[in-house]
Design a protein around this ligand. Structure first.
Ligand code: ATP
Ligand code: MG
Length: 451
């Protein structure tokens, strides 16, 4: 394992050793190294107190000093260093604020959540400490709580979300008594802050197959607490090309969205949450969901605000959900295609297609781009490449020019004129030149707005 880490980290460990301290790589880095994965961030554990760590290095940020954590900037790395801690009764070097430091790495490993997260690796000796047999569980591909699962989830219910997250990230299953503990304590997630849960949701959305996590959440009752709106989609049947109920369809749509695009991932997960409340049946008994996209937007807005996602993220996701039902017909004129782009917003087009592909994947878990979608994409590309105007900013005139040369007064009427000009050039892009637009606007103003 040692040869896989940057030599700077070995040098880093030696600084601790030379000062008489121990220093281990811990947490996700050891897990990833053991599995042969890339490591992006390194967590270290030491018996040195934070003040001592600060003295050892030149650039140290006191990131979480209350919990014994500092960040050391070293050779281009940002290294998190946490003093051995115990969350139980065992105390030696007692500290206020409920954090107890301990000189024992074994005590520190005991307070960690899962066996696969509780290995410590000494970069100098190459020794791996693995008192909870994390390595075996990595081989068995299981997530297992350390100690009594219910007790551990009682201490911190976020660990329940973490279990779901690791299952999706690693494609692992959850060991039976750990799963039972999750069911037992699922309700405790009500008391966990929205931000902490959101961080886990974001990691789930970035994983290869988010559906793994959401299935576990559904089976353990976690989903009823965290995302009851998605839970309500279970058992809601659909007809047509759909092989799944609304819930399964939502999960597989999410899987089918690009893993590096959280906006499309979340839009795919939530695009149909409005279906349960808009369900009715036509005269043949076939389920219909009229207006569900609007309802999905309302419900999703609630969810996104509850988890305090950034505003820009919210509006992009809601826009995608609002427009996910677009229905291209080959006989659309170029002008209709331009109107579509103008309405959706040029910057959202690629995400809209990604969402549609995800939605189609979610119907039967196979990805085949429909001819219709490919054709539409080509039409859109052609229209975009022709570099026409899609917003008022793209017009060959602006308010200033219209005022100076066509005598349109500044104020609200100017806005109406500009809107009209945009409509005009969406219909006929050849008119997007100053001469034509000045004539058209003067005419429009005189006929429709002057009185
Ligand atoms: P990643 O960095 O990929 O999210 P990680 O395992 O490193 O995964 P972190 O949140 O960085 O996760 O935490 C580092 C380590 O701290 C974990 O591996 C685990 O040992 C411990 N840990 C983190 N959160 C908890 C928790 N809520 N309860 C118990 N131990 C935890
Ligand atoms: Mg980590």
């Amino acid at each position: 394992m040692k040869h896989k880490v940057d030599r700077a980290l070995i040098k880093f460990s030696r600084i601790f050793k030379d000062a008489g301290y121990s220093c281990y790589l811990v947490g996700g880095a050891v897990r990833n190294l053991s599995m042969g994965f890339k490591v992006s961030d390194y967590d270290f554990a030491t018996d040195a107190l934070p003040e001592a760590v600060i003295k050892l290095f030149r650039k140290v940020i006191p990131t979480g000093i209350k919990h014994g954590t500092v960040t050391v900037l070293f050779s281009g790395h940002k290294l998190e260093v946490t003093t051995f801690r115990t969350d139980g009764d065992y105390t030696d070097l007692r500290r206020p604020d409920k954090v107890h430091f301990t000189p024992s790495i074994y005590e520190d490993l005991k307070r960690r959540d899962f066996t696969i997260n509780s290995m410590a690796y000494d970069l100098l000796s190459g020794e791996l400490l693995d008192p909870h047999h994390g390595k075996d569980d990595l081989k068995k591909t299981v997530i297992r709580a350390i100690g009594n699962a219910s007790e551990r989830f009682q201490e911190d219910a976020l660990r329940i979300m973490r279990a779901c997250r690791f299952a999706a990230q690693l494609n692992f299953s959850i060991e039976e008594s750990t799963l039972a503990g999750m069911k037992d304590k699922a309700q405790n997630l009500k008391a966990v802050s929205a931000e902490r849960i959101r961080d886990e949701l974001e990691k789930i959305l970035k994983s290869a197959q988010p559906s793994i996590a959401f299935h576990i959440m559904a089976d353990t009752g976690v989903l009823d607490v965290v995302l009851p709106e998605l839970s309500a989609c279970r058992g809601v049947l659909q007809k047509g090309f759909h092989s799944f109920d609304v819930f399964e369809h939502s999960l597989y749509s999410c899987d089918g969205a690009p893993a590096d695009n959280p906006e499309v991932r979340l839009a795919a997960l939530l695009h149909d949450v409005g279906k349960p409340s808009t369900l009715s049946h036509d005269e043949l008994g076939i389920p219909t969901f009229y207006g569900h996209e609007q309802k999905s937007v309302e419900i999703s807005r609630n969810i996104i605000q509850r988890f305090k996602f950034p505003k820009a993220f919210e509006s992009n996701v809601l826009n995608l959900i609002q427009n996910h039902m677009f229905n291209f017909q080959p006989e659309w004129s170029d002008s209709a295609v331009r109107r579509f782009i103008a309405k959706a917003g040029l910057e959202n087009i690629e995400n809209m297609f990604a969402l549609r592909r995800a939605d189609q994947f979610g119907m039967n878990r196979t990805s085949i781009d429909s001819h219709n979608l490919i054709d539409f994409h080509k039409r859109i590309r052609n229209v975009i490449d022709a570099d026409h105007a899609f917003t008022i900013k793209d017009l060959a005139v602006n308010g200033h020019i219209l005022h100076e040369k066509a005598g349109i007064p500044k104020g609200p009427k100017m806005g109406i004129v500009l809107e009209f000009l945009l409509e005009t050039v969406l219909d006929d892009p050849d008119l997007n030149n100053e001469e034509d637009l000045l004539k058209i606007s003067a005419n429009f103003y005189k006929e429709r707005l002057q009185k």
